[in-house]
Every structure is written in C-alpha cells, then in structure tokens.
Ligand binder design. Structure first.
Ligand code: SF4
Length: 474
C-alpha cells in the first residue's frame, strides 16, 4: 500500500468537488444516524448491553489464545479445517491454495472487510480464478473496480444513475439490461439478482467473512440483509470462511448481545434480515462431507494486544463512527485511501500498514468525540487517534510545518506574558486586515483552511484578556 499522506490531500480535495458524492453523502448524513437514534429509543437496555459487550470483548482479548484454541478444536471436531495466516499475503495464499486443491474455477464471495484488507480478489484473479462479489454494493464496486467507501454500505457513495450506468456498461448481453434513464432502484436490484443467480449456481467455492466466531461451538456468524452469504455458504461444493482473530467470542449468549448492538448501530434494525450460523457440515442442505475451511487472519492484530491501542480490537464493524463523523460526511470513504475509512480506519490503518505510511489519517479528525459517543463497544477513538499522532510526532513523521508550529506554540505557551502579547498583536493585525469586509479570505499561513471558508475578523478583546477582565486592548 502506498503512502496515504499526500494521497489523502489529493483525494479529499477531489471528493469535496464531486457533486455526485456530495448528494450521496447528504442522504447518509441524515439517514443512518437518524435510524440508529430511533432504534436506540426502542431499546432502553442499550447501555447495559454495551457495558456487557465491552467486558466480554476485553475478556476475550485477555484470553485470546485460549478462545482461539477452543475455536480450532470445535471446528476440527466437526470435520472442518482451520488455517492460521500471520499476514495478508499468507491469508490470500492460503485461500488460493485451497481453491487449487479443490480444483475450483469459479468463486463467489459475500461481503467481507477482511478479504478487502488482504486484497483477496486480486490474488484470486491473478491465480486465474473467476471471482464474483454477491453483496449488491460489493458487486457494483467490483464492476467499477473501486474500493468500498463504507464498511457497511460499500457503494453508498454512488447515485442510482451511476449504478444504472455501470449496469448498462457491464450487462450488455443480459435480457434485462436497460438504458440508464429508465432505471429504477427495484429494476436494478432485479437485474443484479438475475445476473448473480447463475454465478451462485455455477460456483465451486463460496467465501464468506464472519461478524463473530463462536469459540465453544466452532460457528461463524454472518449478518446480511440480502441472504447472499447463505447462498455462498450453501450452494458451492466448498465453503471457506475468512475472519480476523479479533472476531472470536466465547459463546452464543454473548454473540446474541453483540448482535443486538451491531444491527441497531449499523442500520437501526433490531436484527438483520439474515443472521446465519455456519459450522462444518452444519447445513441441512449441504452434504455431511462438504469441505469447510476457516482461515484465521492475524495481520497485525496480535501486535495490538496489550498495547495502548488494544481497544480498537473490540470493533464490531458497525460503521456508526463514520456515519456520525463530520469529516467522513464531507469527503466519503474513498478519500482515506485505505480499506477502513472514517475514525475506526484512522486507528486501524496505521496498525495494518504502518504509521510511516498513514500518519495523516489520525490527524484527519475534528476530535469532536461523536465517534466515541456512538460506538457500541465504547472504543475511545479520539484518544487512540491522539496516541498515533503523539507517536508520529515523536518519530518525526508529521510535516515540518506542523513541527515548527508546535515548537513555536509550546515556546509561547510556556511564557504567558509573551503569549498574551502575541495573541493581542495577532488579533489587532487580523482585525486591521479584515477591516473592509469584516472577514479574511487569504493569509500567508492556513491557506488550506481558508480555501474553503472565510475567517471572520477578530472583534474586541482576546479570550485571555476577557478571562482576566483586562480592558487594556480597547
Ligand atoms: S469503532 Fe465502534 S462505531 Fe466504529 S465501526 Fe467499530 S464498533 Fe462501530
């Protein structure tokens, strides 16, 4: 993965100019945060469930080795196989090897962020397999060869017209292909369903992720609203589940508690349309000797255990933090240049790819704290972002101008008299510069900030003088 720092500047500036994106994000701003709030009103036990979820996830992280070994034993006892992958390359190679071993040609997938993280589609396609995403949003962005823009709604950045245009370009020989101007959402859904039906029936291998891995029963729990994960799991002759090691939970009771938090926080639903529990040979529709593989991905997670960033491993990928983030609301997910966008991505990505390649992401925040307040597992996202920022500063990874600015600020902050003098002088200077219009449009510093907004001219006393009751400025 390339360095995100300068990419973020470019991509976020492009995103702010993208009118299609702005209208899509407008819907997101109201929609998902409102449905979450309405769902919580109907669920007064939310805070109680949240406390329990934090306790259980922290307990699992303290005893991660125990629960992962219990999970492995439960899967193998039922005839499944568990594969351990230390990093992204090992995880993708494991899946490629499994597909080869089972003489597969066609692979179908349900939505899975960890498979995005390990770039599984690219590895499978490079190895000669035909891969089809079956979640509608993932299918659309696969056709467009774009990364997801949201961990719950990967195509949330697109308008209906853009989707219609994409289908018109790719479904040229399909009887239900239609011109974009005649497309309605229901028509597009029908069209995708008809195209995907044959892919389900022809696939050799079905790959799903897992929202949770139940240690005592060896079960992978997958939540969808389309039912595509069930078809991926049941129809092909081989099932592969790919999941991060952080997904393990002790038992079904604790899983149920987490599910109640997940769906309400993600889409405002009391429960998802489909909540599926997959175990080796656990489907009435599948033959008892059908191969079941569980690929457990570390990829930097175990390094976080016991570190000051460990709390991010509680994340259940609900997306609420990005639905409430004022930065995400303006630029969308793709501007982050990483698989995981928004506040949780700003904490996850440095752990996955290294802070030296992503130091800009923890800085791309207003630190308003909304993300932490809506997180159903109480992850202190602003504190974790600040930890990365502090480390970036210690390692000299932040821009030279920022370092100089901080040094200057520190010098003045340690000398209150000089600080008051400089802020008074700055206030007077800015008031003089903006005397004609009452605001400023450009300055030698802060050009990026002023490119999108005006700075009102300061009026009257500085904050410090007001606090001291000092009238000398007048
Ligand atoms: S950090 Fe919290 S709010 Fe954000 S996706 Fe994870 S669980 Fe949801």
């Amino acid at each position: 993965m390339e360095n995100q720092s300068h990419r973020f500047d470019i991509l976020s500036a492009e995103a702010l100019r993208n009118h299609h994106l702005n209208s899509s994000l407008e819907r997101l701003r109201g929609g998902l945060s409102w449905t979450r709030a309405a769902a919580l009103e109907q669920f007064p036990q939310f805070d109680q469930a949240k406390v329990r979820a934090v306790e259980v996830k922290d307990h699992c992280l303290r005893h991660l080795d125990h629960y992962l070994e219990q999970l492995e034993s439960a899967v193998t006892a039922q005839g499944g196989q568990v594969h351990w992958a230390i990093d992204a390359a090992a995880a993708s190679q494991t899946v490629v090897d499994l597909c080869r071993k089972h003489s597969a040609h066609k692979v179908i997938k349900s939505k899975s962020m960890v498979t995005e993280e390990i770039a599984l589609n690219r590895h499978l396609e490079d190895a000669g397999f035909e891969v089809t995403e079956t979640d509608l949003g993932e299918y659309i962005i696969q056709l467009r060869q774009e990364p997801p823009s949201h961990i719950v709604g990967p195509a949330i950045h697109l308008t209906v017209d853009q989707v219609a245009q994409t289908f018109a370009e790719h479904h040229t020989d399909h009887p239900s292909a239609r011109r974009p101007e005649r497309a309605a959402v229901s028509d597009l859904v029908t069209e995708a369903r008809e195209v995907l039906r044959s892919r389900f029936l022809e696939a050799d291998v079905g790959i799903t992720g897992a929202n949770f891995l139940v240690a005592d029963s060896g079960t992978a729990v997958v939540v969808t609203n389309e039912g595509n994960a069930d078809l991926c799991a049941v129809l092909p002759r081989v099932q592969i589940v790919v999941a991060g090691i952080d997904k393990v939970v002790p038992n079904a009771r604790e899983t149920a508690n987490l599910l109640r938090l997940l769906t309400r926080s993600a889409t405002g639903q009391p429960c998802a349309t489909y909540t599926s529990f997959f175990s080796p040979g656990g489907h009435a529709q599948s033959p008892p000797d059908r191969p079941f593989h569980l690929v457990l991905v570390d990829n930097g997670r175990s390094r976080l255990v016991g570190s000051e960033q460990q709390d991010i491993l509680r994340c259940i990928r609900c997306g609420a933090c990005m639905n409430h983030c004022p930065v995400y609301a303006e630029i969308g997910g793709q501007a982050y240049g990483s698989v995981y966008p928004g506040p949780m991505g700003a904490v996850w990505t440095p752990a996955l790819v290294g802070l030296e390649r992503s130091a800009v992401l923890p800085a791309a925040s207003t630190f308003c704290g909304r993300c932490e307040s809506v997180c159903p597992v109480a992850i202190p996202l602003p504190r974790l972002m600040r930890n990365w920022r502090a480390e970036a500063h210690e390692r000299g990874l932040d821009p030279p101008a920022t370092r100089l600015g901080l040094r200057l600020w520190r010098w003045f902050a340690e000398r209150p008299g000089a600080y008051r003098g400089v802020t008074r002088a700055a206030a007077r200077g800015l008031a003089w510069l903006g005397r004609r219009h009452g605001y400023l449009r450009s300055l030698p510093i802060g050009r990026g900030w002023l490119a999108w907004r005006d700075l009102p001219s300061p009026e009257g006393q500085t904050f410090m003088d007001l606090m001291r009751g000092d009238e000398r400025l007048q």
